[in-house]
Ligand binder design. Structure first.
Ligand code: FES
Length: 126
């Protein structure tokens, strides 16, 4: 007999069910909270970066380099890359990797992402 929907199978209580993300305590220990900076001025989200008719160079470069496989990490990568290019219009690959280090691409598109940021940086400098 199957367990009711949402219930673990017999002998597999919720406390014994593996949680791939671990317990809250384990997550806090593994990834301590980051300090946040006070925001002054306008906040731009991915929706405010470009339009369908006029994509931001980073958005266009991510598409052209096929840097987003599933797209899960794309918004964060693009916005962090934008912040990097505002500080440093000609970053090296190493500087790009360091700036995007807080993001994890589960599709392993990191090399494509670095190429996309370099491509956008070149276009934005010209
Ligand atoms: S493209 Fe899938 S997580 Fe980065």
């Amino acid at each position: 007999m199957s367990p009711p929907v949402g219930q673990p199978p017999p002998g597999n209580s919720p406390s014994r069910t593996a949680n791939p993300l671990g317990t809250a305590a384990a997550r806090e220990k593994a990834a301590p909270p980051r300090q946040t900076a006070a925001v002054k001025g306008p906040v731009t989200t991915i929706e405010g970066l470009g339009t369908l008719d006029k994509l931001h160079p980073l958005q266009r470069a991510f598409i052209e380099e096929q840097a987003c496989q599933c797209g899960y990490c794309g918004n964060g990568m693009v916005m962090s890359a934008k912040a990097l290019l505002e500080r440093n219009p000609a970053p090296t690959a190493s500087q790009i990797r360091q700036a995007l280090n807080g993001h994890l691409c589960r599709c392993a598109s990191h090399n494509r992402i670095v190429r996309a940021v370099q491509r956008a940086a070149k276009e934005m400098r010209s």
